[in-house]
Design a protein. Structure first.
Length: 739
């Protein structure tokens, strides 16, 4: 077949595709279309499809390839990231349409917690324990992103993180595999909505595969060394959940896992992902991570790195350009088979077809949708709602909160009090910090008649104490002090590990001076990770953990401060007392010498307790809840039975409130040492003051299964404890037997 004929056939077949909606495409039909395109491609064009470069519009890594526009025109790049906007993506797509094959570009971007309307950081959203809210946040993000020409987000980040020194803890769902898996699913549903072709969805990318969150000592990009049992029980489940929810792409992680860098790991990318989990989408590297194989010391040069990666099952090279540089040569030397390259190309083309790009390469570049959708009032309202659901009330002595709306004089103090810039935090995509609502603005909008005094008090991260006096002065005039403290946004996110988790600078000194005034102080924390706030916890009467809440932060916090919204968040991660306790997480093992304060030779520290400052699952409400004893439908079950656990929760306080009722399980005797408890279920319920609600959980064999001594997955008969409570540390327990 001559070239002209084959292109004509391609064009005819592409126009035929446009008649059919994606949902009618069976897998076989899709494969046929992909094959028909592949059959026409040269090796060079195929390698182009395996290449992803950043534009220079935004920078998310150290190295930019300046010639990316020429690369598009030359068919040397199949996808572009860090380029958005209907006009700009159209311009780049035009360039792709001048190539021989006219294969549309796919545009990717880090749409992590909102695109223009910024939602809370993912760790904050996780504190809502509200899957509908989390799904909604991802849906709004996808809608805005897709309106600006984007097809693909590098999210959700599914890395379990148990080390708050690691700055990227803010991008995930915290420490727990069960909660993390539910959230991973919700985010994928939100981004993709089971219909990649819709113009309000984007393809999801499950990252960073795998175990990136376990970087040694919390230092970013560091090695990971862990048992297969820990990997499979704790770290892999959220990635797998996201793939089961339909995520069509996966990103490799920067770290090595037990000596093999993930980007060169056949075990991860082929054995687990494709063979065990049946993943059909494509795998992209993280930023220049093929190049980094040389720093890891597993690749001698460019070609060697490309060979290791492609043969491990990595389809797309983000930014190192090594595939472009070396794959053709590797094929001619027979170090890489063309069949392997064909597979990779097919996986990528498949997603481009699913997105509808072959029907209309410009379907997502719509200036009209951009104008109509970006930051529309409905999205801002959603962002405010998700933000207030993400707030965790850590302390509320003497019911300092909520503050009465008839308060006469209120002092709003602290380096975060009138700060807009940090609210949208790291990975805020195309967010514009000037559009965010500061805490001071939020408070002003809810207290039109009050006397509102403001002082910065100190900077976020320096030693100057000269502003403290002024802050004390205004506090003295006020009925109540709202004190906004925390980290600057740049202290969390990528390449933002900390060895010290105290409040930076002189912020604690400011808090001490204000506490001295005797005025009631409510601290509003803004930070991307658990902090060791022992002094605050012991001394100030009220603390709200607000993470970084995004565009609507000020309104959301004011909603909680003045009681428009009763806080309902629960910590998705343990707060340590001391960096020396890390890693600290609730599902620890008991050890052979469990802690006994009266016995020296037990598992403990000499200088700090084993207890966290705030446990996983912790969070107060303006009302109080009382738990009945849990009851079971049977105290003995078979592996085929469903155990029903019932409990009654009563709202014993003055306000309507929401409570996240948590259920944990412990396997008392097994062939391997099991954690002291593991979250297996939870329900978030709204109960009016004075009312009660009965809650029922169903437990099946799946909840009791684990990797046994021989690494087979399943249950073992014996006794279990069910623990139901308001957090991982305060539960009511009952035992049952599995026969
Ligand atoms: C990060 C990824 C991100 C990528 C693209 C990398 O530095 O690790 O999470 O998706 O850059 O911006």
């Amino acid at each position: 077949m001559n070239k002209l004929n084959s292109l004509a056939i391609l064009l005819i077949s592409l126009s035929l595709f446009s008649c059919k909606p994606a949902t009618e495409n069976s897998d076989a039909e899709l494969d046929k279309k992909v094959d028909s395109v592949l059959a026409l491609m040269t090796l060079e064009e195929k390698i182009g499809q395996l290449t992803l470069y950043t534009s220079d519009m935004d920078q998310t890594g150290a190295f930019i390839r300046k010639e990316y526009e020429q690369d598009i025109k030359d068919g040397k790049v199949g996808s572009i990231f860090n380029a958005y906007g209907a006009v700009y993506t159209r311009k780049l797509q035009d360039m792709a349409m001048t190539t021989r094959m006219k294969i549309p570009l796919m545009f990717g971007y880090d749409v992590i917690h909102g695109h223009r309307t910024i939602f809370p950081i993912p760790l904050g959203e996780a504190a809502s324990w509200d899957m509908d809210a989390i799904e909604l946040a991802a849906r709004v993000a996808a809608t805005e992103a897709a309106a600006e020409g984007l097809h693909w987000t590098f999210a959700p980040m599914c890395d379990i993180a148990r080390d708050p020194r690691w700055g990227r803890i803010l991008e995930g769902a915290g420490e727990d595999p069960y909660l993390g898996s539910l959230i991973a699913r919700a985010r994928v549903r939100g981004f993709q909505n089971n219909d990649l072709k819709a113009t309000n969805t984007v393809a999801a990318c499950v990252k960073h595969f795998a175990a990136y969150g376990a970087a040694q000592a919390g230092r970013d990009y560091h090695s990971v060394d862990m048992s297969e049992r820990m990997l499979r029980e704790v770290y892999l489940p959220p990635y797998q959940a996201a793939i089961e929810a339909g995520a069509v792409t996966v990103m490799t992680s920067f770290n090595d896992l037990n000596g093999i860098p993930a980007t060169a790991s056949k075990y991860l990318m082929t054995d687990i992902l494709r063979n065990e989990w049946n993943f059909k989408g494509f795998v992209v590297t993280d930023y220049t991570s093929i190049m980094e194989l040389m720093h890891h010391g597993v690749a001698a040069d460019t070609a060697h790195a490309a060979e290791l990666s492609v043969n491990a099952g990595v389809d797309m090279d983000m930014q190192s350009g090594f595939y472009n540089h070396s794959l053709a040569k590797l094929v001619s030397e027979k170090k890489v088979s063309e069949a392997q390259i064909n597979e990779a190309v097919k996986r990528i083309l498949r997603v481009k077809f699913q997105l509808g790009l072959f029907e209309d390469p410009y379907r997502y570049c719509s200036e009209e949708r951009e104008k109509q959708l970006i930051m529309n009032p409905g999205f801002l309202e959603s962002a405010r709602d998700v933000a207030r659901k993400s707030i965790v009330l850590l302390k509320n002595k003497n019911n300092v909160l909520p503050i009465s709306k008839s308060v006469k004089t209120i002092a709003v103090i602290g380096p975060h009090a009138d700060n807009k810039r940090d609210l949208i935090a790291s990975w805020s995509a195309a967010g514009n910090w000037t559009k965010s609502v500061s805490l001071l603005e939020g408070i002003k909008s809810q207290l039109p008649d009050a006397n509102i005094l403001y002082a910065k008090g100190c900077n976020l991260n320096d030693d100057s104490t000269q502003y403290i006096e002024q802050a004390v002065k205004i506090a003295m005039q006020a009925d109540v002090v709202v004190l906004a403290l925390g980290e600057p946004a740049w202290m969390s996110g990528e390449a933002a590990s900390r060895a010290n988790l105290n409040l930076p600078g002189v912020q604690q000194q400011l808090a001490e001076a204000l506490q001295e005034t005797g005025k009631p102080v409510a601290v509003v924390l803004m930070n991307g990770r658990p902090l060791t706030i022992n002094w605050l916890a012991a001394n100030v009467p009220a603390i709200l953990e607000t993470w970084f809440l995004g565009t609507q932060a000020g309104h959301a916090i004011a909603d909680v401060l003045f009681g428009n919204y009763n806080p309902s968040g629960k910590l998705p991660v343990t707060f340590p007392r001391s960096v020396g306790q890390i890693p600290i997480y609730y599902s620890m093992k008991n050890t052979g010498r469990p802690m006994n304060p009266n016995d020296k030779y037990t598992s403990k520290y000499l200088d700090v307790s084993n207890e966290p400052l705030y446990p996983f699952g912790f969070g107060l409400s303006y009302t109080t809840f009382k738990y009945s004893e849990p009851t079971l439908n049977s105290t003995e079950i078979l592996a085929t039975d469903t155990l029903k656990v019932s409990i009654e929760i009563s709202n014993t306080g003055k306000y309507t409130g929401e409570e996240t009722v948590q259920l944990y399980i412990k396997d008392l005797v097994a062939t391997v040492a099991r954690p002291v408890k593991e979250l297996k279920a939870f329900k978030k319920v709204k109960i009016k003051a004075g009312e009660s609600q009965k809650i029922e959980f169903s437990i099946t064999a799946a909840d009791l299964s684990f990797y046994r001594a021989d690494m087979s997955f399943g249950t073992e008969p014996g006794e279990f404890t069910v623990m139901v409570g308001t957090n991982s540390n305060e539960t009511k327990n009952v035992n049952f037997k599995l026969k």
